[in-house]
Write a protein that binds this ligand. Structure first.
Ligand SMILES: *[C@@H]1O[C@H](CO)[C@@H](O)[C@H](O)[C@H]1NC(C)=O
Ligand SMILES: *[C@@H]1O[C@H](CO)[C@@H](O)[C@H](O)[C@H]1NC(C)=O
Ligand SMILES: *[C@@H]1O[C@H](CO)[C@@H](O)[C@H](O)[C@H]1NC(C)=O
Length: 470
């Protein structure tokens, strides 16, 4: 009887509009750009990031948190809860004048959270398409947006340095927006400072709101160009390698920003009811040998160094912290995990799992037993990787080595011993599982670059209006 009543009232609420628990936690998802496994203080104590370290020391470190090997695919997977190969985003990151974007077929996470009563905010990098307004953040579920549309750019001048063509020789343009307005006055200010101010404002404005907020903070750090205020460089006088010094300084700049967010949460009494998730979007870049040490590989490839992201969860809501969480997590999982945190009456039928109870309590196994690292086909060549239990199978991932490879990641996380000939049955099984996914694959969506998007045609800035979203 009581439950009948409850169901009745839930139905009434559904008809009346958004249902949300007033007490649902705020959610902050911080995504760092091109951050290497070895460039966080909990893996490498020479990195100065005391604010993140404090969150880790009182939180849950995710030891096996997987992302896609590059920016656009990871961001696509996060916001759809679905593997990128299912909608053509398994290829390289989007070039600025590529006339496409993240398929509008999908309802993105912020839209779902809005329906549950959350206010939704994006601060930082988008990189999911901008040739049609329909691809841009405010048309995809975010209430507010402060940041940039394309893949990277100057931290001070917010200019995409001649990178329009992808070979970094084309015409460049300005790329910084507040809502949909070009924010010319941002020129000259370090982007991390602009983002921190905006995020702190969002937190303060929410102080007296009945609705919880979702903040997707997509940091520009530590993507190239390697620009950082001098005061951070001065904190690393003993680092001789100039590139390393710049990158770790950029991590410290990001750490200050995270510290400011936590202070704002505490000042406004929202800290107790906020969940902070931090993750890299892919591994550190090639050309910097130590970035993912001791993992093998870099951004762009399917080795652990490209796909296992440095990550943690922090919240006073978590039980028995600090502790590690060694269960498998994939970036698609945050979609259903956040819906679960938000008290959604149902989850989505996508590629992600609700990890919340396992991460919150620490005494349940991960609901995830396998994952697809990526899947693509170039001519007749299949490129992909799959994990099932402790085994990982990879095929065709680069031109000088075709594979296939089989590793037992639990005993060999550094991927040193190819078990393909010693363990042919497991290899055949994983290969079959991976190839069976080809039936769900949409060919990589990579139309020819379109000079119509050249900022010269749009008052010197990257602007929508030169393609039709699909
Ligand atoms: C989007 O949906 C349409 C209609 O169902 C379909 O033809 C198209 O392939 C879908 N696009 C992607 C990228 O999945
Ligand atoms: C870069 O790409 C553009 C467009 O495809 C091409 O016109 C230009 O020649 C390329 N530049 C170099 C140096 O390859
Ligand atoms: C940004 O400021 C610099 C320095 O004042 C100036 O040279 C540059 O043209 C400005 N960029 C834009 C897009 O106005």
């Amino acid at each position: 009887m009581e439950s009948m009543k409850l169901i009745f009232w839930l139905k009434v609420l559904c008809i009346l509009g958004p249902i949300y628990a007033e007490d649902a936690p705020n959610i902050i998802y911080i995504l760092a750009d091109d951050l290497g496994w070895n460039h966080v203080s909990w893996h490498n104590p020479s990195v100065i990031s005391p604010h993140m370290q404090e969150l880790v020391d009182n939180g849950v470190v995710l030891e096996q948190s997987y992302v896609q090997p590059t920016c656009t695919p990871s961001r696509s997977a996060f916001l759809t809860g679905t593997y990128p190969f299912k909608y053509g985003r398994q290829g390289p990151p989007l070039f600025a004048i590529c006339p496409t974007g993240l398929s509008v077929n999908y309802t993105l996470l912020p839209e779902m959270l809005s329906e549950l009563g959350y206010s939704t905010h994006l601060v930082g990098k988008w990189h999911l398409g901008m040739c049609d307004w329909a691809y841009t953040p405010l048309r995809r579920g975010f209430d507010t947006f402060t940041g940039f549309y394309v893949g990277y750019g100057g931290y001070f001048n917010h200019a995409y340095h001649g990178g329009a063509w992808g070979n970094r020789t084309g015409p460049g343009g300005y790329d910084f927006r507040q809502q949909e307005r070009v924010m010319w006055e941002a020129n000259g200010t370090y982007s991390t400072d602009l983002y921190t101010d905006e995020a702190v404002n969002i937190i303060k404005l929410n102080e007296n709101s009945e609705n919880p907020f979702f903040l997707y903070f997509a940091h520009q750090n530590v993507h190239d160009p390697y620009e950082v205020p001098q005061k951070y460089l001065d904190m690393y006088p003993d680092v001789e390698d100039e590139l390393t010094r710049k990158i770790v300084s950029m991590v410290t700049a990001m750490d200050d920003s995270i510290g400011a967010l936590v202070d704002a949460l505490k000042d406004t009494q929202q800290y107790e009811n906020t969940i902070i998730v931090f993750s890299a979007d892919n591994g550190g870049v090639p050309g910097h040998p130590e970035s993912n040490h001791p993992l093998k590989g870099y951004k762009y490839d399917l080795w652990e160094g490209g796909t296992r992201g440095a990550a943690f969860v922090h919240s006073p809501i978590l039980k028995d912290t600090p502790r590690p969480y060694s269960g498998l997590v994939h970036i698609t999982d945050w979609f259903n995990t956040f819906l679960s945190i938000a008290g959604s009456p149902s989850l989505q039928d996508n590629d992600g799992f609700d990890q919340w109870e396992a991460i919150r309590t620490g005494n349940l196994p991960s609901p995830r037993q396998d994952l697809i690292y990526n899947l693509d086909q170039r001519a007749i060549k299949t490129i992909g990787g799959i994990r099932a239990g402790s085994y990982k199978y990879v095929v065709g991932q680069n031109s000088d080595e075709e594979g296939p490879w089989l590793f037992d990641i639990e005993v060999d996380p550094l991927e040193t011993t190819n078990l393909i000939s010693t363990n042919p049955d497991v290899a055949a099984e994983l290969e079959a599982l991976l190839l069976s996914e080809l039936s769900h694959m949409v060919p990589a969506d990579e139309p020819k670059l379109d000079p119509a998007g050249n900022p010269e045609n749009w008052g010197g800035t990257y602007s929508p209006g030169w393609c039709t979203a699909h």
